[in-house]
Design a protein around this ligand. Structure first.
Ligand SMILES: *Cc1c(COP(=O)(O)O)cnc(C)c1O
Length: 427
């Protein structure tokens, strides 16, 4: 069924929303999350793209590790129910499936910006003639700082080395043809392409396969920040031939504030043992790690980029969530998220048409995950404050953008309807 067919069947009524929920095969998952309350009712939680909600099982996963620590002390590395020495391996297969990677290409470690830096150490190798980095304009600030500081670290100037592709005048999203043109124009000096695969502000999803191909053709290395991609959209990092990627697990992956991040290094780089990197003992071949020898012997998997022993508590929280993702599968999640978002879009447009077209959706219709970014023309932050006071938790970006993420695991069609009703009263 085409998008427009689905849309024409939608109705902006409570009954229609409840009917959609009734027919939703994933509806039971909502009960498996703790939803913040407002005046005794579930809030309409639209910020799963900032901090995903807590699965009810997270507590028991954490409790297990606290108990084992209490019972075994240091011996928990071997004697815990899930021995800490290899705990991170419990996350690998499930995480790899979500991002379309081979297990050996995937590792959970550190935090997102830390992982970006560690991967840039290996994959941004500027020379006198090939030193430029291409990224999207207004990338998430941390990514901008990471790229700028890497460029300076290598002795280049950001003015010379950083190419930022921006939306055209008067437009909100970046045209991919402009990315390809910038790649072509800089093909002799381009060292690296590093783009947020899903833009955090507009929700635009980039064609990562095509960008990777174009980048490689120009002789550049290609990596993606997938903070807004992992657990949201279909990713096939291995098949797309992406060189490296990093993402966090506290947004779409519901692993808790500041939880452990992910990293991907394509198989083709894993056999290159000369690849420069910042090394630590957890990247050393695990068979001989505890011989404590002074020579670094690299793991032949993405685990080579691990430096430190694993943060078990945040990994426990991450495991609780990945187990849910594994049970549902990305395909089923995406199917629901598309429908949920189409319903939200329908409601926003319906409302806007009643209110002098004051709401403009700036997320591209064809290339999106489960986020809708809405410009509220003529409204300021007061609107956001009023939404919060009325039990809706969206995200506000100056000067007037409301970001709503409709999360297929725990948002309902009724949430979309309730949001519409509350917004209608406030406009
Ligand atoms: C959320 C986000 C970050 C945050 O970085 P941390 O290192 O996890 O604090 C970085 N980049 C992007 C694109 C993000 O969306």
């Amino acid at each position: 069924m085409s998008q427009s067919n689905i849309q024409s069947e939608f109705q902006n009524t409570l009954n229609a929303a409840m009917e959609l929920d009734k027919n939703d095969t994933l509806k039971h998952y909502r009960k498996r999350f703790l939803i913040p309350q407002h005046e005794g009712k579930d809030v309409v939680y639209f910020t799963g793209n900032s901090l995903g909600l807590q699965p009810r099982t997270t507590l028991s996963y954490l409790q297990q590790e606290l108990n084992d620590w209490a019972e075994f002390g240091v011996e928990g590395h071997f004697l815990a129910k899930n021995p800490w020495l290899s705990y991170h391996e419990l996350l690998t297969d499930k995480m790899a499936k979500i991002v379309g990677a081979l297990p050996k290409e995937t590792v959970m470690m550190n935090q997102l910006t830390v992982n970006l830096h560690l991967l840039l150490v290996s994959f941004y190798r500027p020379t006198k003639t090939r030193f430029k980095i291409l990224c999207e304009a207004k990338a998430f600030p941390s990514d901008q700082y990471a790229l700028q500081s890497q460029i300076k670290f290598h002795g280049h100037s950001t003015e010379e080395a950083l190419i930022e592709v921006a939306p055209r005048e008067g437009e909100y999203h970046i045209r991919e043809e402009d990315i390809f043109a910038a790649i072509e124009k800089n093909k002799d000096s381009l060292a690296l392409i590093m783009i947020g695969g899903v833009n955090y502000f507009t929700g635009q999803v980039f064609d990562m396969k095509a960008i990777t191909q174009a980048g490689h053709k120009a002789g550049a290395v290609v990596g993606f920040d997938l903070a807004h991609g992992a657990g949201n959209i279909k990713l096939q990092l291995h098949d797309w031939n992406v060189d490296f990627a990093a993402w966090c697990s506290y947004k779409y992956l519901n692993s808790g504030p500041g939880s452990v991040a992910g990293a991907f290094v394509h198989e083709k780089h894993l056999s290159n043992l000369d690849l420069p990197l910042f090394a630590g003992w957890w990247g050393h071949d695990k068979k001989t790690r505890f011989l404590m020898d002074s020579t670094f012997v690299p793991m032949q998997t993405a685990e080579r980029w691990q430096m430190s022993n694993a943060p078990i508590f945040s990994m426990a929280a991450c495991r609780a969530s990945l187990d849910i993702f594994d049970e549902v599968g990305m395909d089923a999640l995406i199917e629901k998220s598309q429908k949920l978002l189409a319903y939200l879009e329908f409601i926003v447009n319906d409302l806007s048409s009643q209110k002098k077209d004051c709401l403009q959706i700036i997320t591209p219709k064809e290339n999106r995950g489960c986020q809708l970014s809405i410009v509220a023309h003529g409204y300021g932050k007061k609107l956001y404050n009023a939404l919060i006071e009325n039990g809706v938790v969206p995200d506000w970006r100056e000067p007037n953008v409301i970001r709503c993420a409709a999360i297929p695991l725990y948002n309902s069609f009724e949430d979309m309807y309730r949001f519409g009703e509350i917004l209608k009263r406030l406009l």
